[in-house]
Design a protein around this ligand. Structure first.
Ligand SMILES: [Zn+2]
Length: 434
């Protein structure tokens, strides 16, 4: 196993603090951190490396952060189509959750984490079930995961609050590449005692809390019906209105609610493809960024997207605002790139998202000879990465200082076996749903 990896003479694109750096350099990894960025030339620096990657035809970017996803149910990908959120959940998603077992979840984690790592995603915030299964799969695959249990005590087919609390207590610190934070599906899926126990578990174990909010207007109404007040007041009542909270979506907050989100230090995961596909609406992201809200990017799940691809989210995040406001200057490449790297890492409290000394060695190397990334000049690399790149351009991926994707293939996983298992298990799950 390599302990020291050198990436030689590579074109690097990364934020370093507030500055976007785009230039040719070398990156030296020691253990699980970036030991040095610089020195394009002294050959002796490479001699101590266990692995030297020739970077001449590569672009190095920080590992992409997927700030909101659901590993499954993968069985219904491509079958759960053409409905808006509430009907879609009723007809497709909830029935699948009702019959889902830990073995099904293992197949979901395997398929989704394989897809993500091959797409250059090095850390995912995953709202899903059976978290200990997910941690094992993440360690086998070589991707970082923060799993927030899908908790509910109102509906069947989710994690019970006592199970979720136990998992947070047990796994709140990283076990290898995976850990568990507090989470729940939605306020309206939880009783008061459920929200209280989740809030308490997060406080006692020092974790973040992840949930969906302001995704559609009828889901905001569901909160008002259940609690007699709007979502932020509920979060406040249960001690969650603070910087530990990461909200997926935030399509429909009022201007006053946006101001409170900013003041409270809440992070937001923006999921543009999911919001467009389910016709949920256009999140006011330019306004969020103007108010200083920390906004990252998420794919949402395979069943709504149907692709776990942060390159696509970066591009679509930009395009949807431009067409909404008819302003071509909105959401520039560097801004959405920052969301997908720096902001996602910040929400997850990780020293990652930048190619910088002392930061975690989570690095994605793109094939700069790919036709769709050319011509590649010194000053258009960021635009190529955001608007032209796709997962097929991912050549090598390093997570925690280890090479986990080499020449576009998983180093650790038998890809055919994962795909075959997903097909077999998917058919069985569909039969169980009926
Ligand atoms: Zn979601």
């Amino acid at each position: 196993m390599e302990n020291k990896i050198a990436i030689k003479d590579v074109f690097m694109v990364s934020y370093v603090g507030d500055e976007l750096i785009q230039h040719r350099t070398s990156i030296f990894i020691d253990g699980n951190v970036i030991a040095k960025v610089g020195d394009t030339d002294p050959e002796n620096r490479f001699s101590g490396s266990d692995l030297v990657i020739e970077g001449k035809n590569l672009i190095a970017i920080p590992g992409l952060i997927n700030l909101h996803s659901h590993a499954g149910p993968t069985a219904i990908r491509g079958l759960a189509e053409d409905l808006r959120l509430s009907e879609w959940l009723k007809k497709y998603v909830n029935p699948a959750h009702m019959v889902l077992t830990a073995d099904d979840a293992e197949v979901d984690y395997e398929l989704s984490y394989l897809e993500m790592i091959k797409s250059g995603i090095t850390h995912v915030l995953d709202l899903y079930r059976f978290p200990q299964v997910g941690i094992n799969v993440a360690n086998r695959t070589g991707i970082r995961t923060t799993i927030a249990p899908y908790t509910s005590d109102v509906y069947e087919g989710f994690e019970k609050p006592e199970t979720a609390v136990r998992d947070v207590e047990k796994y709140h610190e990283f076990k290898g590449l995976g850990r568990v934070w507090a989470g729940f599906e939605h306020i309206s899926y939880c009783s008061e005692s459920c929200l209280l126990s989740i809030s308490k578990a997060a406080k006692e174990n020092g974790t973040g809390i992840h949930t969906h909010e302001f995704e559609t207007l009828d889901f905001v109404e569901n909160v008002v019906k259940a609690y007699g007040k709007r979502p932020l007041s509920v979060f406040k009542e249960f001690g969650m209105l603070n910087s530990n909270l990461i909200l997926a979506h935030c399509v429909w907050p009022t201007p006053e609610e946006l101001r409170i989100i900013a003041e409270s230090g809440i992070s937001v995961s923006h999921n543009p493809v999911s919001n467009m596909k389910l016709a949920s609406g256009i999140a006011p992201v330019p306004e969020m960024l103007r108010l200083g809200i920390n906004v990252g990017l998420g794919t949402d799940g395979v069943k709504e997207n149907n692709r776990l691809d942060i390159f696509q989210e970066m591009k679509v995040a930009s395009l949807m605002q431009r067409v909404a406001y008819e302003k071509a200057q909105l959401m520039k490449a560097e801004e959405v790139f920052k969301m997908a790297t720096v902001n996602g890492s910040r929400a997850l409290r990780m020293k990652s998202g930048e190619l910088r000394e002392g930061y975690l060695a989570d690095v994605v190397l793109l094939d700069s000879r790919a036709p769709n990334l050319n011509p590649l000049y010194e000053d258009n690399v960021i635009s190529q990465v955001v608007f032209a790149a796709h997962p097929g351009n991912v050549k090598h991926v390093i997570v925690d200082g280890k090479l986990v994707v080499e020449n576009g293939k998983s180093v650790n996983i038998d890809e055919d076996r994962v795909v075959e298992k997903a097909l077999k298990r998917g058919k069985e799950l569909l039969k169980k749903i009926g």
